[in-house]
Design a protein around this ligand. Sequence first.
Ligand SMILES: Nc1ncnc2c1ncn2[C@@H]1O[C@H](COP(=O)(O)OP(=O)(O)OP(=O)(O)O)[C@@H](O)[C@H]1O
Ligand SMILES: [Zn+2]
Length: 426
Amino acid sequence: MEDELKQLRQRVAELEAQLDQQQEANNVPLKKVDQLNNEEIRRFGRQLILPEFGPEAQLKLRNSSILVVGAGGLGAPAILYLGSGGVGRLGIVDHDEVDISNLHRQVIHREKTKGMNKAVSAMLAVHEIHPQCQVTPYPILLDSTNALSIIKQYDIVLDATDNVATRYLLNDACVLAGKPLVSGSALRMDGQLTVYNHNGGPCYRCIHPVPPPPETVTNCSDGGVLGVIPGVIGVLQALEAIKIASGLTENQTSHGFLIFNGCYSPMFRSIKLRGKKKECLVCGENPKITELIDYVEFCGAGATDKEASLFVLKPEERIRVQEYKNVLENEENHLLLDVRSPVQYRICSLPNSISIPLDKLESQLPGLKEKIEKQNAENVYVVCRLGNDSQLAVQMLQKNGIMNVRDIAGGLYKWATDIDTSFPIY
Ligand SMILES: Nc1ncnc2c1ncn2[C@@H]1O[C@H](COP(=O)(O)OP(=O)(O)OP(=O)(O)O)[C@@H](O)[C@H]1O
Ligand SMILES: [Zn+2]
């Protein structure tokens, strides 16, 4: 086994060196051409015979470079279509690694690339389809220190990220660098699509001058998302980028905002976007923002703290999962209150827990108090998925006179990782 390990380590080192070389080779400006070669004519034949597209548009696409920020739910389909459709150079930025829970929607990744950086995994997928597409992966977190120097190397930018700080960062960087920004978002059953900073149209700040309060922002990991929803929006982002790159939007003066809901009919609605705002801080007549700012401070939340832990309770108001295991083993007379949503409770729950979602807790207090009294429970323990909502629930119960209450730190996730590995994680 030791020999085998040694060989494997050597192979990993070789592959890493190869990848480094490949990345270096890819990190050069796109070499433009003045005509399509025979291989390209054959490969893109179905697009070439389109009267509204033709060889001229395909050649423009071939000579264009597009940066996709985020190789997740939106980026995955967008990158697949851009890479296979004939874009000359693709840049892919993502700091995160492929996780099994990504695969239902981030269709560019594979089980075998689990744990790999997403930008690199996406590059491998594009090269399997169209090896001539020049792909540069950036396995980094895009922020104020690196955004402009990367964006300047590309003609068009796709925002396929999932957080407000990166949205403002990309907007300001695209305005400062003079690049169109194809922006998409998707959550639950809903999606949105807009092209900013293109053909004299508004930028993201013109429409959204102030960021939403961080506590009102939900991401896919908290709110859920049906896999095909970002698929639809990501594909439309690719379409918008292809239209811009191939010159199909040159004379387009009106700017739309597309709203998509996968549940209702009609699924698509388009709203005409307001024009550029004269007083916009970044693209207006007297811009105040002339260089990138601190977007984490501006938005009150960063790109990576989507599952940030809350610390609102004192340590003595919490118990560790190990302590709760002892509670069970000692058959302590207690009540376990699960404050997750009903749908999450239906996925999995601990035995003998009672389910009252956090947002129903206040209205169901009398019933809960009655239960505690009837059972003569010594303690109430509150559990949720990660140990954030459970703290809010404890605070609320304390305020309403229930004092023998503590939460289980780290929630069911910690239970599954530290105590019972057969318990599901979602
Ligand atoms: N500033 C940034 N720099 C680089 N990549 C970013 C940045 N902000 C977001 N991303 C990437 O954008 C992608 C967004 O994908 P998606 O919305 O599907 O979320 P996710 O983080 O993969 O999934 P989940 O929320 O389910 O864990 C992620 O892969 C994330 O790492
Ligand atoms: Zn603006």
